[in-house]
Design a protein around this ligand. Structure first.
Ligand code: ZN
Length: 290
């Protein structure tokens, strides 16, 4: 399932491929995948492409006439340029005909992905984007701390919650928690400032490294022009349950956290508890510096 780095790779490619191009017509081949807001009749086509933005895992292609195409790839959604001589890929649901004779297609075998064409809504007022928390890559360490510290929730589901911060999914949360030495079930309020700063650094490093490598190719995800990402070769924990921990040599364990498969090192990622008046709460282990 594409997360922030995979969507960022697609965004960068689109920014280049759609430069100076206009959108002439949209064909919907399967009902319900593409919707218009407010209606199809309001769409102002043809329209020039202005740029590609991203918030978390959501792509936003901006067009002239205050029009935005939101693309949510979800599990298996993919944008591609069909080869003129070859048939369309199976499960192609939407065709965007460009004014330079090319077509940009959206295919999605599992059909969870969604496209929404917004007309007349200023970019900063699009509800789907405004519902999302700040983009994980855009956060300062201070804002990151302010998001996490006041919440009394398990850290993994908290980082996965797109309303709190957007862009992180299962792969990059597991990788970041491992790097920062934090147990996936750790309560965020019990983390020290130092540890949260370390987690912020880990999230930034993991995301940036993944973007440099074109994202991770797990199961179905391939980049925009069909190329596979490379970051899966750098995974320390994700997909490595039962294998050796790269830090301590112990065995990585798999568990469920908020119904999500989670891989972690029980030795390197210990639970930590808040210190109150010199004592650990309920006699549990006290946070030690990283
Ligand atoms: Zn370890």
């Amino acid at each position: 399932m594409p997360e922030l780095p995979e969507v960022e790779s697609v965004r960068k490619s689109l920014e280049i491929s759609l430069e100076d191009v206009g959108l002439a017509r949209i064909d919907s081949l399967f009902p319900g995948v593409l919707t218009f807001c407010p209606t199809l009749a309001e769409a102002r086509l043809p329209a020039k492409f202005l740029g590609a933005d991203r918030r978390g895992k959501m792509l936003a292609l901006r067009f002239q006439g205050e029009q935005t195409l939101l693309v949510h790839l979800r599990m298996t959604g993919r944008l591609y340029f069909p080869n003129a001589e070859a048939p369309l890929l199976p499960h192609t649901h939407v065709l965007l005909h460009l004014d330079d004779q090319r077509t940009l297609a959206f295919c999605d075998p599992r059909r969870f992905g969604r496209l929404v064409w917004h007309v007349g809504t200023p970019f900063d007022r699009i509800p789907e984007l405004n519902r999302l928390g700040p983009d994980a890559l855009s956060l300062s360490s201070k804002v990151f701390f302010q998001l996490l510290k006041p919440r009394n929730r398990m850290i993994k589901p908290l980082l996965l919650d797109q309303i709190v911060l957007s862009g992180l999914g299962n792969i990059y949360v597991d990788e970041s928690l491992f790097r920062a030495g934090i147990h996936p079930k750790q309560i965020s309020a019990d983390l020290s400032r130092k540890r949260i700063d370390l987690l912020w650094e880990s999230v930034m490093e993991v995301l940036q490294k993944a973007i440099e490598n074109g994202g991770s190719t797990i199961r179905d995800f391939v980049g925009f022009s069909g190329e596979a990402g490379n970051y899966q070769k750098h995974h320390s924990v994700y997909g490595r349950a039962g294998l050796e921990c790269v830090k301590c040599g112990g065995t990585l364990r798999r568990t469920l956290v908020a119904q999500r498969g989670t891989t972690y090192c029980p030795h390197c990622q210990r639970m930590r508890y808040r210190r109150t008046k010199g004592k650990a709460i309920r006699g549990r282990r006290v946070e030690t510096s990283p």
